[in-house]
Design a protein around this ligand. Structure first.
Ligand code: HAM
Length: 430
């Protein structure tokens, strides 16, 4: 059918959101907003500014940063050819974009470090399940440039834990590890590969493949039959070079200084290639197998890999969907603002007063529902109840004539006469 021709004769068809992708609706969005607002406030107190990044970038940016052999890049990206043949991908994460932006805008000339945070959707074509979506949301923060002192790592983690506490997340557990620098890690990876080859026959297909592509990822395996084998593998903590070992000890000391409880997890290697030294993850209750609400770590060298100057980097990303789920499961998730006033009006004179009253109340920050057509008071009050309004403002001829409005408290059914000023005062007190 050519453009401009009416499609009204086509058969109606219903659509559904694509698998793994969902709508987030009110009142749940209230909770999302509260979580994001808390992040803005907390991150602001630590000196972070917000960066808004594009949702798609050149595929090559992600392949270089995250690693071509990682699951994220090799299996999970939504990639397509743009009309000019550029290979582009929906972002599976945002650290690569932040580094790209740091270089593109010459941020190395700003006072260092540059501290940035972002919020927004990320895209990975994973198998959908509870807490795992193909479009999901992250709240992330990155510190670029400046020092790589262990205090920087610890402060990033401190900020995260302060945020989780403020948002009301109970039972979060922080896991930390060090995966060394490129020298000691390379030696460890070779040792690990050699050990894995010995037990190869007892491993599953994924791990067998990873022996060659990325042996560290074998440590991530959740396969029951591999657990006892993995537990006997050499541990990176015992193979860190002197500097990395000292750095790891200092990071832990800095955490202790800040009274941040943590557990060490030598198998925490993370699924993205850019990490070095400190890695960390936070799990939360109520999420089943997808219980990581946050992952992060240090990535000195990534900016350089992307054509920028040698630059230190560390950051994290919180999985907002999972954080919200965990808050809801623990009963912390009720952020409904609710309706303050429902205006039940009857008659033309009352309508004019109702329109003015609605505007005045809303101006004062009170939420108001004003029905567009007159209703019998009984029906209007029923609707006010259904909407969960706290008060019904009843405006009929008497009220308009006297300027004394009838205000009904819906919770207990009591009724009072009051002026607009008094009503505003009552609502202000709440
Ligand atoms: P990541 O561990 O891949 O790290 O993701 C961070 C968090 O995003 C995860 O802990 C999880 O909560 C959430 N997440 C990941 N995939 C999904 C999904 N399919 N559905 C729902 N939630 C998901 C990164 O993305 C790094 N960029 C973090 C970072 C920043 N490292 C340094 N700076």
């Amino acid at each position: 059918m050519s453009e401009g021709v009416s499609k009204t004769h086509e058969k109606a068809r219903k659509f559904q959101a694509i698998k793994g992708v969902r709508d987030i609706q009110p009142p749940e969005t209230e909770l999302w907003n509260r979580v994001e607002q808390t992040a803005r406030e907390v991150f602001g107190t630590y000196g972070y500014g917000e960066i808004r990044l594009p949702v798609f970038e050149q595929t090559e940016l992600f392949a270089r940063s995250i690693g071509a052999d990682t699951d994220v890049v090799s299996k999970e990206m939504y990639s397509f050819q743009d009309r000019d043949e550029t290979g582009v991908s929906l972002r599976p994460e945002a650290t690569a974009s932040v580094c790209r932006a740091y270089i593109e805008h010459g941020m190395q000339t700003l006072p260092q470090p540059v501290k940035l945070y972002y919020t927004g959707p990320m895209f990975r074509r994973e198998r959908p399940q509870k807490g795992r979506y193909r479009q999901f949301y992250q709240i992330g923060a990155e510190v670029l440039g400046g020092s790589d002192a262990p205090a920087v790592d610890a402060e990033v983690i401190e900020m995260l834990m302060v945020f989780f506490a403020k948002v009301g997340l109970d039972g979060a557990t922080l896991y930390v590890n060090s995966i060394g620098c490129k020298d000691c890690r390379a030696k460890y990876v070779e040792l690990l590969r050699a050990e894995l080859r010995i037990v190869q026959g007892r491993l599953g297909a994924d791990s067998q493949r990873r022996i060659e592509t990325n042996p560290l990822r074998v440590l991530d395996s959740k396969l029951e039959s591999e657990q006892s084998i993995i537990e006997k593998l050499p541990r990176i903590a015992e193979h860190l070079c002197l500097e990395c070992a000292k750095n790891y000890a200092d990071v832990k000391r800095e955490l202790a200084l800040r009274k941040i409880a943590y557990q060490e997890n030598w198998r925490l290697v993370r699924g993205l290639d850019y990490y070095m030294r400190t890695t960390f993850e936070i799990t939360a209750p109520g999420l089943g197998s997808q219980n990581a609400v946050c992952g992060g770590g240090r990535y000195d060298g990534l900016v350089e890999l992307l054509g920028g100057p040698p630059t230190k980097g560390i950051g994290f990303a919180i999985g907002e969907d999972r954080l919200i789920l965990s808050l809801q499961e623990s009963g912390q998730g009720k952020a409904e603002r609710g309706l303050d006033v429902f205006i039940a009006w009857m008659g033309e004179a009352a309508y004019a007063t109702a329109v003015r009253a609605a505007r005045t109340l809303r101006n004062a920050g009170v939420s108001v529902e004003l029905p567009p057509a007159a209703q019998k008071f009984g029906k209007a009050l029923g609707q006010a109840d259904k909407l969960g309004a706290r008060f019904a403002l009843i405006l009929g001829e008497d009220e308009v004539a006297s300027g004394q409005w009838t205000v009904k408290t819906l919770a207990d059914g009591t009724q009072k006469k009051m002026s607009q000023q008094e009503l505003l005062a009552v609502l202000g007190r709440r």
